[in-house]
Ligand binder design. Sequence first.
Ligand code: AHM
Ligand code: MG
Length: 335
Amino acid sequence: MTKRISLTQYLIEQQRGEAQIPAQLRLLIEVVARACKRIAINVNKGALGDVLGTAGSENVQGEVQKKLDVIANEVLIEANEWGGHLAGMASEEMDDMHAVPHRYPQGEYLLLFDPLDGSSNIDVNVSIGTIFSVLKHQDGAEVTNESFLQPGTAQVAAGYCVYGPQTTLVLTVGRGVVMFTLDREQGSWVMTEDNVRIPEDTKEFAINMSNMRHWAPPVKRYIDECLAGKEGPRGKDFNMRWIASMVADVHRILTRGGIFMYPWDKREPNKPGKLRLMYEANPMGFLVEQAGGAATNGLQRIMELQPTQLHERVAVVLGSKNEVERVTAYHREAQ
Ligand code: AHM
Ligand code: MG
């Protein structure tokens, strides 16, 4: 029988081994993983559980919240509040950060999450996910929104859970990327990939093509060259995939390579991009880099950007290294 490694065993080995992750961080990751199991149960119920449709509220970004956005947010808060491993949480679905109530012990970490990414796919039964990022909190300091404004390079762990045909948890503690698949009969996370690597080259791109007329010239140039295929300057045919759930698109890239882009565009020129730096771009950037890929905003490495607000948006170009470098070079040339 092949040996099954559970998430718990992996984390205990990381605690003892070279990574030496502290016990509180191990607990935090286990709690997030447990919350993802509960979210998966709700996602799977679908129409049977009265979890589909809108919640009748808007988040701080003026986006209509789905019932499952709200449920997933509550599950993550409830699960993480009382364990003593956190000082505070921040979520795409909450205006301000959520401090751990005084009745519970304060921990050393800050947890950020997009509780349910890909909200537009919930009701149509397409893969969605939870994305999370972990930062260290300054000892003894009061927790405020500013406490979270640390660059992606300060992350001590990041990951996501994709609720698709399989439920998969993808994780980094800064020592490569590992994947776990939920074994529903046992209720446990079983390691199914121990060293995820993104190929440096690819023939597959992911971008919302309907925005083409709004793109900046470097993005248009890159995609035009891909579309020109064998006869064009790239000398090879490209394939396109766009799931419209960042989690699912990034999961494909971590599985077989590719490039994902949500660039700045002219629709709302004052917004740097659609995706959120703290809940989406930073954790995905960390995972992608740990798997040998790259992540930029077209000009700079995403993980080095200094956030100025909790719900900051950013342009995103990530995935296979050589393609990300090409898009970034096109932006630099156009400056
Ligand atoms: P969400 O956090 O409200 O779900 O929005 C983020 C999503 C990403 O998952 C996805 O990459 C993108 O928005 C889809 O955008 P579009 O609607 O332009 O296809
Ligand atoms: Mg999202």
